[in-house]
Ligand binder design. Structure first.
Ligand code: ADP
Ligand code: MG
Length: 730
C-alpha cells in the first residue's frame, strides 16, 4: 500500500499541464455552438414551424404531434450535421445525478434498409429501462413504469465529451399515472406557481407585467485532487470523502491560497472545462481559488431557474469529464477533508419580470421601491414561516458534515439583510398608522422614498449567514456542493409563491378598510415585518450564543438529515404540495423514503470503508511498525544500554497498542451496530439508527486513533496518501 502511495505521489508530481486549444480567441465565436437554441431552430425549421415552436416554448403551451415531428426532424439534422450518431433523453432521477439512455438515430433492419427511429414521438416520450432508479415504492404502489418526456423549456444540446457525440434532450421523468420520479417535475411546477403568484402581485404596481421569471446563479465550489492520488485513497473513491487523514502542518490557517495564483495544471483544466461549458451555452464567468488549499469555485451568470438548474447539473458532468483529460478528480462532496472548508453551492436567487425588471433590486424611484419592498418582505416572511422546509430541502448525508462546521452556515435557517435594509424595515415597522394628507408625498412620509439603490456595495455581507440578501438577490448559502439546486429551489419558489398569494389576498382585504392602495400595502407589509422579525439575524451565525438565541426565538435547529427530512412531510408541507398540485401525499412520502434510503446508503458505505481501511490497511502497518520498535528495544537491551534511555520508545509502543486496541474494538462494535440497524424495517428509524448508533458513537473515535497513528508511524510505511500530498497542488 505504501508503495502505491509513493508511486501515486511520484506520478502526480511529474505531471505537466495539458495544453488546451481554444476553438477561437473570442468566446462569442463558440458560445452555444452545441446548443439547439433559437438560432439553430430558425436555421433548421420552416418559418411556420419555428414560429409555432418558439411560441409554444415561450408560453409553455403543449406541442402537438405534427410540431413535435418537425422539431425532431430539425434536431436530428442539426445534430447529425455536427457528427452526432445517437440521441438520449437526459433526466434527473432522484439519485441526484443525471441519467441517460442512448439510442441511435437509425437502426439497420436489413441490407440497405434503415429504420428511422427519431420521430416526434421519440422526442416527446421515451421509456428508459429505469427499474433501478429509486422511487420510494412509488412504482410498486402505482404499478406504473416510468417514462421521460421532453421539456422544451430547456434546449437540447450536443454532448461531445466521452465516447461519440450524442444529442441530449432534457426531459422530465414521470410514471404513467403521473407521479413525478425526478427533481425536474416539481421544480417546473414551482416555477409556474411562483410566476402566477408574483405576476398577480405585480399587478398592484405595474399592469404591463405579464410574467415573472425566477432566476438562479449557482456558485459551485469544488476540490481538485490528482487522479493517481485519488485512486490511492479507497475512501475518496467509494465515499467521496476522506474518512481518515491528519491535518497537514500547513492547512488553510494562513488563508494565502484564497488570493494566491492558480497552479498551472489547474488553470489549464479551468480553461478547458470553461470552453466546453461555453459551447454548451453555460455562461461561466468567474474563476478563483477558495480558502482551502486545492479548493476552487466556478460561477455562471444567472439564468432562468429551470435552465440554470440544468446547466449546473450539466456543468458538474462536464467538469468531471474534462478532469479526466487533465488527470484530475473533481470532488463536489460537502466535506471531503476534515479540518478544511467544506464545499457549498450558493444559490443566488431572484425574481425578474418579462419587462426586464429585477423585483429584488431597490430602485431610485420611490414607487418601484414599494414593489421591491413587497417582494423583499414577502420572501423574508416565507422563509420565516417555512424555515423548516428550507432546512429539509438541503439535508443530505454529506451536508450533515458541513452545516454547522465552523466555515459553513449552521443548521439554523435565518436571514441576513444588512444594515441599511434593517434600518428601512425598522422605520416601516415603527411608522404605524400613517395618515396621508392631500398633497403629501406618500413615500417620503412612509420613509421609503430613499432606499439607497447601492445596496450592491454592501461590504458588510455576512459570510456566516445561511440565507443572505446581497443587494439585488437572496443567496441561499446552505446548499451542499454535490446536491442538485432543484430541491432547494423547488421549496424556495413554492413557499414564496404561497406567501405572495397570501399577500395579495391580505392586501385586497385591507383595501376594504384602507382604500389607498399604497397605504394598504404598507399596512400589510408592516404586519409581516413584525411577525417575521425572529428570522432576521445579523450577527455571527457560528457563535454558541446564536444557537441559544435562535432556540429562544423558536427557530428550528435540526442537525441531522433523518430528522430534518421530517419537515418535508409535515401536515403543512403536504397541504402546500396539494394546494399547488405539486405532488400527492403518496409522492411526498415516496420521496421522503428515497432520501432516507440515500442517507442510509451513504453512511453505510462510509462505515464499511472505514472498517476496511482501519483493519486491513492501518492496523497491520501499525503492528509492523510496533514490531520494529520492539526489535529495536531488544537490540538495545542486548547491547546492555540502560532501560532509561529507551523509555520514550516503549511509551510509543504502548501508545500504538492502545490505538490499535481502540480501533479494533470500535470497528467491531460499529459493525455490530450496523447489523442491528439493518434489521430495522422502517426507513426513518433505520436512518436514525445509522446516524445515532453507527455514525455518532464510532466515526470520530476511530478516526481519532487512526489519525494519531499517522503522526507516530514511519512516513515511509504509511499506506494512505496524506493530506499534504493530496492538497498542495503545484
Ligand atoms: P459573490 O460575491 O457572492 O461571489 P457575485 O456578484 O459573483 O457574488 O454573484 C454571484 C452569482 O449571483 C452570479 O452567478 C450572478 O450571476 C448571480 N446573480 C446576480 N444577479 C442575480 C439575479 N438577479 N438573480 C439570480 N442570480 C443573480
Ligand atoms: Mg456568494
Amino acid at each position: 500500500m505504501a508503495i502505491l502511495r509513493f508511486k501515486a505521489v511520484e506520478l502526480a508530481q511529474n505531471r505537466e499541464p495539458i495544453k488546451v486549444k481554444l476553438p477561437s480567441g473570442k468566446v462569442s465565436d463558440y458560445f452555444g455552438v452545441n446548443v439547439f437554441g433559437m438560432e439553430a431552430m430558425r436555421a433548421t425549421m420552416s418559418n411556420d414551424a419555428f414560429k409555432k415552436l418558439s411560441q409554444a416554448i415561450e408560453t409553455g403551451q403543449t406541442i402537438d404531434v405534427e410540431l413535435a415531428d418537425a422539431a425532431a426532424a430539425a434536431m436530428k439534422s442539426w445534430a447529425m450535421a455536427k457528427g452526432a450518431t445517437h440521441y438520449t433523453h437526459w433526466f434527473q432521477p432522484l439519485t441526484g445525478t443525471t441519467a441517460e439512455k442512448h439510442d441511435a438515430f437509425f437502426d439497420i433492419v436489413g441490407p440497405g434498409e434503415v429504420l428511422e427511429k427519431f420521430k416526434g414521438d421519440a422526442l416527446i416520450r421515451q421509456e428508459p429501462d429505469a427499474s433501478s432508479f429509486p422511487s420510494g415504492g412509488l412504482r410498486a404502489t402505482f404499478e406504473a413504469r416510468g417514462y421521460t418526456a421532453w421539456d422544451p423549456s430547456s434546449p437540447a444540446f450536443l454532448m461531445e465529451l466521452g465516447e461519440g457525440k450524442t444529442l441530449c434532450i432534457p426531459t422530465v421523468f414521470v410514471s404513467y399515472t403521473g407521479e413525478s420520479l425526478d427533481y425536474k417535475t416539481p421544480l417546473l411546477k414551482a416555477i409556474h406557481v411562483v410566476d402566477q403568484a408574483a405576476t398577480a402581485v405585480c399587478e398592484l404596481f405595474d399592469k404591463d407585467v405579464k410574467r415573472v421569471i425566477a432566476t438562479l446563479g449557482p456558485e459551485q465550489e469544488y476540490f481538485l485532487v490528482d487522479k493517481a492520488l485519488y485512486n490511492a485513497r479507497p475512501d475518496l473513491v467509494m465515499a467521496g470523502r476522506t474518512v481518515f487523514g491528519h491535518a497537514p502542518a500547513k492547512g488553510q490557517q494562513l488563508e494565502d491560497h484564497y488570493f494566491g495564483s492558480i497552479p498551472s495544471r489547474v488553470r489549464a483544466f479551468m480553461v478547458d472545462f470553461e470552453q466546453e461549458a461555453v459551447k454548451l451555452g453555460i455562461p461561466v464567468r468567474t474563476r478563483h481559488n477558495e480558502v482551502a488549499p486545492s479548493q476552487f469555485e466556478v460561477a455562471p451568470t444567472f439564468e432562468e431557474l429551470n435552465l440554470a438548474v440544468d446547466h449546473n447539473t450539466l456543468l458538474m458532468d462536464v467538469m468531471e469529464e474534462v478532469a479526466e483529460r487533465h488527470h484530475f478528480k473533481v470532488l463536489f462532496h460537502e466535506k471531503p477533508f476534515a479540518g478544511l472548508n467544506g464545499t457549498g453551492k450558493h444559490n443566488n436567487w431572484s425574481l425578474g419580470t418579462d419587462t426586464g425588471k429585477n423585483l429584488l433590486s431597490p430602485s431610485s424611484k420611490p414607487k418601484e421601491n414599494l414593489q421591491f419592498l413587497t417582494f423583499f418582505v414577502n420572501t423574508v416572511k416565507a422563509v420565516y414561516d417555512n424555515a423548516d422546509m428550507l432546512r429539509a430541502s438541503i439535508a443530505s448525508a454529506g451536508n450533515d458534515y458541513r452545516l454547522g462546521a465552523n466555515e459553513a452556515p449552521p443548521a439554523i435557517i435565518s436571514v441576513f439583510i444588512g444594515e441599511q435594509m434593517t434600518a428601512v424595515l425598522k422605520e416601516l415597522e415603527e411608522n404605524a398608522n400613517v395618515k396621508i394628507e392631500k398633497g403629501e408625498n406618500l413615500y417620503m412620509k412612509l420613509g421609503i422614498d430613499k432606499i439607497p439603490p447601492i445596496l450592491l456595495d454592501n461590504t458588510d455581507r455576512n459570510r456566516t449567514s445561511p440565507f443572505a440578501f446581497t443587494g439585488n438577490k437572496f443567496e441561499f448559502r446552505a446548499v451542499g456542493g454535490s446536491s442538485t439546486c432543484a430541491s432547494p429551489m423547488t421549496i424556495l419558489n413554492l413557499i414564496v409563491a404561497d406567501q405572495l398569494n397570501q399577500f395579495r389576498a391580505d392586501v385586497d382585504k385591507e383595501m376594504n378598510k384602507e382604500p389607498k392602495k399604497e397605504v394598504a400595502i404598507i399596512n400589510v407589509l408592516r404586519r409581516y415585518i413584525k411577525a417575521a422579525k425572529p428570522i432576521l439575524f445579523e450577527g455571527d451565525n457560528y457563535s454558541e450564543a446564536w444557537a441559544k438565541e435562535a432556540d429562544k426565538r423558536g427557530l428550528p435547529n435540526v442537525k441531522s438529515t433523518p430528522l430534518a427530512l421530517d419537515f418535508l412531510v409535515t401536515k403543512k408541507a403536504l397541504a402546500m404540495y396539494e394546494k399547488y398540485n405539486m405532488m400527492s401525499k403518496e409522492e411526498a412520502h415516496a420521496r421522503h423514503e428515497v432520501m432516507l434510503e440515500s442517507f442510509i446508503k451513504k453512511v453505510q458505505i462510509e462505515s464499511r470503508v472505514m472498517g476496511d481501511l482501519a483493519l486491513n490497511h492501518i492496523v497491520p502497518v501499525a503492528i509492523a511498525y510496533q514490531n520494529k520498535l520492539i526489535a529495536n528495544i531488544k537490540g538495545l537491551k542486548d547491547l546492555g544500554i540502560e532501560t532509561d534511555s529507551f523509555k520514550t520508545i516503549s511509551e510509543t509502543i504502548k501508545t500504538i497498542s492502545q490505538h490499535i486496541s481502540i480501533i479494533q474494538t470500535q470497528v467491531d462494535a460499529m459493525t455490530e451496530a450496523r447489523k442491528e440497524a439493518n434489521n430495522i424495517e422502517d426507513a426513518r428509524a433505520r436512518a436514525i439508527a445509522y446516524d445515532e448508533k453507527v455514525k455518532a458513537p464510532y466515526f470520530e473515535k476511530i478516526r481519532y486513533s487512526v489519525d494519531k497513528l499517522e503522526l507516530i508511524i514511519d512516513d515511509e510505511e504509511w499506506p494512505l496518501v496524506k493530506y499534504r500530498e493530496m492538497l498542495l497542488l503545484r
